[in-house]
Design a binder for this molecule. Structure first.
Ligand SMILES: [Zn+2]
Length: 501
């Protein structure tokens, strides 16, 4: 796709003359097992048009029913974003014709959204926070997916025909809309990225979506406008659609600021329109002229009951909202006294949640950390899988650590136990039992091994007796060998010294 070449304003000139105003709209696909208004499955990647029924195909007479789990997820999202939850609200029909929308309307929420008036404090790169005000979060259903075939760009222009897949039609969505974000100045692109990053982490911690931007389960539209510094009214905005990576959000906002700056400085006007973002060069190009809400002829959906969550339920859901992931990380870093660098390594290695879960399962933090970043990381590399995809659970790792603490096995044997768990041979304690891996702690058994080793090495025994205690290492090594590494080496050493005293 060729984009019109036009001059962009230097970023510093944009900032010197204009105040950027952002508005971010994020669509998140919920991970419910079934669709929002029917019982069709929602699994990604199925054969086209195999997950459909009369309701989501919009056949005459088919009646929708609200998915309670979808409402629950929407309420939890609202609560996590510090919103008020409406005690009573209706769905609305948003009327428009498009082939991927078989009913010719989308069930959405209009003037009675489930959640309103919240905020999210997001962390910027320099460690400061920036408050993004949330206007609303509302429930709606996704559309089907069109694939335009035969053209160079995959867009409808130049295509010979289009294919429609309705598997996605009716999948629950929550759309989260910010209030106009002002005051970010030159950090506006960073704020946009930081907000979507934070929102994505929050949604992930709520376990309401798989938040995969590349699969479209999290999609961001970025509204950008500029106003002359000191002006009272916002400028005309553009809406860059479906920017599908965190980095691209920052790039798209920056590009729009520079493009609009150039147009305005040249005495031109900004057209209110949607724009396409191009991953290849980070530019945007003109899409369609933006509809206004009047164009959609919204009216209350007559086929559905209003959503009226009772206050007890909302309070109960409030209790399920986890600590913000970045606050949790900061707290853990302090609790475990980790340097910024070590903390960054743990996060980058994908080890932090596993370590926390291992500690929660009863292991000391240092031990949990050492197992995941050393031996298990090595195993993950050997198998070429992510750490979290190793076939061992944090609870099993904690069990191994506790076997070492209880001196049931030593560190070396503990690694064998882990290998057996990874090989699918069962639970750690059961493996120790069935494979006879328990530490030989019976002193009389060890005693006889010590005597045997001393008898076999009379010259070394003599050295130890004459006070050269470092010579004991050879005897300890022999006993460890004889017990297949299952003895407590420190105890063996004590017995050797006692026998030679
Ligand atoms: Zn269906």
């Amino acid at each position: 796709m060729s984009t019109p070449t036009l001059d962009l304003m230097d970023y510093s000139d944009v900032i010197a003359r204009f105040e950027p105003v952002l508005g971010l709209e994020v669509h998140v696909e919920l991970n419910t097992a079934t669709k929002m208004f029917c019982g069709c499955p929602t699994e990604f990647g199925a054969e086209p048009n195999t997950q459909v029924c009369p309701v989501c195909l919009g056949l005459p007479g088919a009646l929708p029913v609200v998915n309670e789990k979808g409402v629950e997820s929407a309420i939890r999202i609202g609560l996590a974003l510090n919103c008020s939850i409406t005690p009573w609200g209706r769905f609305a029909r948003k009327n428009y014709f498009y082939p991927d929308q078989p009913k010719n309307y989308q069930i959405s929420q209009y003037d009675e959204p489930i959640a309103t008036e919240g905020h999210l404090d997001v962390l910027l790169d320099d460690g400061s926070t920036f408050r993004v005000e949330i206007e609303r979060a509302h429930m709606e259903e996704d559309t089907g997916k069109s694939t335009h075939v035969g053209g160079a760009t995959g867009r409808i222009h130049g295509a010979s025909h289009s294919l429609l897949d309705y598997n996605r039609a009716g999948v629950p969505l929550v759309e989260i809309v910010t209030k106009p974000i002002t005051g970010a100045g030159d950090r506006a692109p960073e704020v946009a990225r930081a907000y979507v990053t934070a929102l994505r982490e929050v949604l992930e911690s709520l376990n309401v979506s798989d938040v995969k931007m590349e699969q479209g389960s999290l999609r961001c539209d970025a509204n950008v406008s500029l106003m002359e510094i000191g002006a009272k009214e916002f400028g005309t905005r553009t809406e860059t659609k479906n920017v599908n990576s965190l980095k691209s959000i920052e790039i798209a906002v920056r590009y729009e600021m520079r493009r609009q700056g150039a147009v305005l400085a040249d005495g031109g006007t900004i057209v209110q329109e949607t724009r396409h973002f191009h991953e290849t060069d980070g530019s945007t190009s003109s899409g369609r002229i933006k509809e206004t809400s009047e164009d959609y002829r919204y009216f209350p959906e007559p086929d559905l009951e209003p959503v009226a969550p009772d206050a007890d339920w909302v309070e109960q859901l409030r209790g399920t909202i986890p600590e913000y992931p970045w606050l949790r990380r900061a707290r853990i870093q302090t609790d475990w006294d980790l340097s910024d660098e070590v903390m960054r390594d743990l996060v980058n290695a994908g080890a932090l949640d596993l370590i926390i879960a291992t500690v929660d399962a009863g292991a000391p933090a240092n031990e949990a950390r050492s197992w995941w970043v050393a031996y298990l990381t090595e195993k993950a590399k050997e198998r070429e899988v992510a750490l979290e995809d190793l076939p061992i659970t944090p609870a099993q790792v904690a069990a191994v650590i506790n076997l070492v603490e209880a001196k049931t096995v030593n560190n070396k044997v503990a690694k064998q136990v882990v290998d057996f768990v990874l090989a699918g041979e069962g639970e750690p304690a059961q493996i120790v039992e069935s494979k006879g891996l328990g530490m030989v702690s019976d002193d009389s058994a060890l005693q006889s091994e010590v005597e045997k080793a001393l008898a076999a090495n009379p010259d070394i025994a003599e050295k130890i007796r004459s006070g050269k205690v470092q010579a004991a290492g050879k005897i300890v090594g022999d006993v460890m060998k004889a017990t297949r590494g299952q003895a407590d080496a420190a105890r063996v050493r004590e017995l050797v010294l006692a026998a030679c005293s």
